[in-house]
Design a protein around this ligand. Structure first.
Ligand code: MTE
Length: 485
């Protein structure tokens, strides 16, 4: 509807009216009701705020123009979001406040302006927020260099206090709270170092889209995964210090919720969080150095064996609770549905993703001429003397389950051979790190596609195809990885 018609309606309909801009500005984040304007229309979004998928971030926009925020968070630029806003229409901006028929443009503070500098080697999938893959050559080193660890940010990197002044608040199930500085955590608890792989639950989503149907979300290739040596203190020890009976959990303690400084939130089952052998850590170092800003400086949770979405960065609050986190990222984003189900699903009935299923991927295929095979152990292992093709990659599983076998086919699944699993120095109570593997074939044996699948120590193996495991969110894309040759 054009603006003049809307003004006429606002003047004539009792439920709508004209609003002066200064009145709208007063309905900001400190008010009882929250108003925004979009174009020349005014909306009271008070009832929508608790449902906003991005949490309380929306409060930044209240009392003003929502459009500059939609220009930053471009995910809003679709009809369904406009339709939601329209339900909260209360009237129009008084034409006396319009300049040439338009509302004046509000300057908004760019929340990404303090994001850190990043390595040029990262493969950027989106820059605001930053989402970037580890480059392929670093997917073949056991420890990923910190500046090339993949980055998955839903929002901006919060401009945090330094490690001295940052505080972590722990709220127990009885409502009591205790506060810790990062220095308290460092000085008063035993340090633990583990090696652990973080993998985004959307890793390889692009393969699902290509081999099944379109999926929503970032179209990651094989690099939303990295392996790091993490140092911190056990969550279990800190919660015990805060007053929780960690060995005999009260009935009403089922989940431990975590909140990051920019608004992100997630939770993990208490039974995992408090397991003596679960290695759930409050981490302040990666690869022997303080955490990098993108990876949670000065404090993050590390929940090894689970999808990385649960390892909350810039950790500010821990809540011991009967409920899962109420965040969008717990209740909606990281869930899977059946291949036939679309967006009108019952979100509450689907379980949130926790442990990672078994996964593997090919990260390189290279030809080595026969005159360069002398002393090449791989050629000897596979008894090859002609030109060879080396195939390499990673495999991993969740829940601390190790990888016991990696099967690779040079000819699209017709024949298979076992890859050589590379021994690495893993630290921790269970298998939390990826397993690197390599294999060689005679160049003549290659046909159509090279395919990989891995098997973990519970004999779980990856599904054969994407159509059968398709889910519209594109999570847990773990079907056999096929690379055309
Ligand atoms: N924690 C906060 N505070 N904000 C985030 O956006 N992203 C989550 C998780 N923790 C996120 C977060 C997701 S979805 C992933 S995959 C991992 O962090 C990525 O961790 P990384 O950026 O250190 O690789």
């Amino acid at each position: 509807m054009v603006s003049s018609q809307r003004v006429a309606v606002a003047e004539s309909e009792p439920s709508r009216r004209l609003y002066r801009l200064d009145e709208i500005h007063r309905h900001n984040s400190t008010a009882d009701s929250y108003w925004v304007y979009y174009g020349t229309s005014v909306y009271d979004i008070t009832d929508w705020v608790p449902n906003h998928p991005g949490g309380e971030v929306i409060l930044r926009a209240v009392g003003g123009n929502i459009e500059p925020y939609w220009n930053i968070f471009t995910i809003h630029k679709k009809q369904e979001v406009h339709d939601i806003l329209e339900q909260y229409l209360i009237g129009e901006i008084d034409p006396r406040d319009l300049v040439e028929g338009k509302a004046p443009n509000d300057e908004v503070d760019d929340p990404f302006k303090k994001d850190p500098e990043r390595s040029d080697a990262l493969i950027v999938r989106s820059s605001r927020p930053c989402n970037a893959e580890t480059p392929k050559d670093q997917l073949e080193t056991f420890i990923t260099p910190s500046d090339q660890h993949y980055v998955r940010n839903h929002l901006w990197v919060p401009p945090l206090q330094d490690a001295e002044s940052h505080r972590l608040t722990i709220e127990l199930n009885d409502g009591t709270e205790k506060e810790y500085s990062v220095r308290d955590l460092r000085n008063n608890f035993q340090h633990h170092t583990i090696t652990a792989t973080l993998q985004c639950s959307g890793n390889r989503r692009a393969h699902m889209s290509a081999e099944a149907q379109a999926t929503s979300g970032l179209q990651w290739d094989v690099g939303a995964i990295s392996n790091t040596e993490w140092t911190g203190v056990r969550l279990r020890d800190v919660l015990r210090d805060a007053g929780l009976q960690v060995d005999e959990l009260p009935e009403d303690v089922k989940h431990i919720q975590f909140t990051g400084a920019e608004a992100y939130g997630a939770s993990v089952p208490a039974i995992k969080a408090l397991d003596r052998y679960g290695d759930v850590l409050l981490v302040f170092e990666m690869n022997g150095q303080p955490l990098m800003p993108d990876h949670g400086y000065p404090l993050r949770l590390l929940c090894p064996g689970h999808v990385a979405a649960r390892s909350v960065k810039w950790l500010q609050k821990i809540t011991v609770s009967e409920d899962e986190s109420w965040s969008q990222w717990q209740r909606r984003d990281y869930k899977c549905f059946g291949p036939n189900q679309r967006s009108d699903v019952d979100w509450d009935r689907a379980s949130s993703i926790q442990e990672t299923p078994v996964q593997s991927a090919i990260t390189s295929i290279s030809t080595i001429a026969k005159d360069r095979l002398a002393n090449l152990r791989l050629a000897q292992v596979y008894g090859l003397e002609e030109d060879i093709v080396r195939v390499a990659g990673y495999a991993m599983s969740g829940g601390g389950r190790g990888i016991i076998r990696v099967d690779v086919s040079p000819d699209n699944g017709r024949t298979w051979q076992q890859a050589r699993l590379i021994k690495d120095e893993c630290k921790g109570s269970k298998s939390w790190s990826w397993k690197r593997w390599e294999i060689a074939f005679s160049k003549h044996d290659l046909a159509k596609c090279v395919v990989v699948k891995a098997i973990d120590d519970s004999y779980n193996c990856q599904p054969e195809s994407f159509p059968a495991t398709y889910n519209f969110k594109g999570n847990l894309a773990t079907a056999w990885h096929r690379v055309p040759v």
